[in-house]
Design a protein around this ligand. Structure first.
Ligand code: C2E
Ligand code: MG
Ligand code: MG
Ligand code: MG
Length: 294
């Protein structure tokens, strides 16, 4: 009986072991395939950029746009960044992909200016993996040189967690780029863990209030409290404050009443193709609604 039990356990163990390795193998293969697919997509040019307007509330004008990457998969169709940026980051492929995004955003912005349209700032999202690379400052310079874009028309969006990872190095890197004229924003502000005393040391031009605080702004007093606090914090540090994820006129009114500087969200425009931005700049495209008076 004891022998039988031991035999059973061994069998079960062996089965478990086999099951485990098979599943692990297929998971590793799945991941390797996905990385390979992503690598091919980068060299094959399967990505494009959408741009989302950011509106200055004082003037009602589009003053900047955020570049957002999209993957046009030949079989799966359009894939959102939430579904491939994490793999791009963990595999390191975010470095070549990020270079492409940066170069394309600079090139596009310069081409609008060359067409005589009003100058805009283009905002580009940057991952920790890109930013902490020794060659990062050179990569940004290269994108500016290639495109001929004025550095003052480029803003880089970093997250709180990226900045807090290695503060001294982050400040040094930012100051190198600041000397060129590049500006910085802190993205998704309020969701990471921020060392408030460190905030004053970062050469940051803008705070972007995360959209999770905006979605229930009209009904949730705590969210309203947080948003009002971020606005006064940013402004006291001489930063501009922009709210992302603004979807309704009601949210817009609350933000305006609380002195928010700028807004971005579906209420004004979804991320759109470059030619739509071109027509907005040329005044042919009434995507930006007339803002109600305060
Ligand atoms: P993010 O930088 O915080 O970008 C804002 C996201 O909110 C975008 O999602 C945008 O489409 C979405 N959004 C804008 N307005 C509204 C609104 O009114 N309501 C709602 N519900 N959503 C709104 P998207 O394009 O899917 O990008 C998701 C995230 O992927 C970005 O968040 C950013 O973290 C990352 N990402 C996108 N492009 C790049 C890139 O080129 N490089 C890197 N490293 N990350 C990127
Ligand atoms: Mg962003
Ligand atoms: Mg954000
Ligand atoms: Mg984000």
């Amino acid at each position: 009986n004891a022998d039988a039990a031991m035999y059973k356990a061994k069998e079960a163990g062996r089965d478990n072991f086999q099951f485990y390795t098979t599943e692990m193998n297929s998971r590793v293969h799945g991941r390797l395939n996905q990385i390979e697919e992503l690598r091919t997509a980068i060299s094959g040019g399967e990505f494009h950029l959408r741009y989302q307007p950011q509106i200055d509330l004082a003037s009602g004008r589009m003053v900047s746009i955020e570049a957002l990457v999209r993957w046009d998969h030949p079989v799966k169709g359009l894939i959102s960044p939430a579904d491939f940026i994490p793999l791009a980051e963990s595999s390191g492929l975010i470095v070549p992909l990020g270079d492409w995004v940066l170069q394309e955003a600079c090139r596009q912005n310069k081409s609008w200016q060359d067409a005589g349209l009003a100058p805009l700032t283009v905002c580009v999202n940057v991952s920790a993996r890109q930013f902490s690379d020794r060659t990062w400052v050179c990569r940004v310079k290269h994108a500016l040189d290639l495109s001929g874009l004025d550095a003052g028309c480029l803003e880089l969006e970093l997250t709180e967690s990226l900045l807090m990872q290695n503060m001294d190095q982050a400040i040094a890197t930012m100051n190198d780029l600041r000397e060129l004229g590049v500006r910085f924003a802190i993205d998704d502000f309020g969701t990471g863990y921020s060392n408030l005393s460190a905030l004053k040391s970062f050469p940051v031009a803008r705070l972007k209030i995360d959209k999770c605080f905006i979605s229930n702004l009209a009904s949730d007093d705590s969210d309203l409290g947080i948003v009002a606090a971020i606005i006064s914090l940013g402004q006291n540090l001489r930063m501009k404050v922009i709210a992302e994820g603004v979807e309704t006129g009601e949210q817009l009114e609350i933000l305006r009443r609380n002195g928010c500087d700028e807004v971005q969200g579906f209420h004004f425009s979804r991320p759109v193709a470059p030619d739509v931005i071109g027509s907005m700049l040329a005044g042919h495209h009434p995507v930006i609604r007339p803002l109600p008076r305060a």
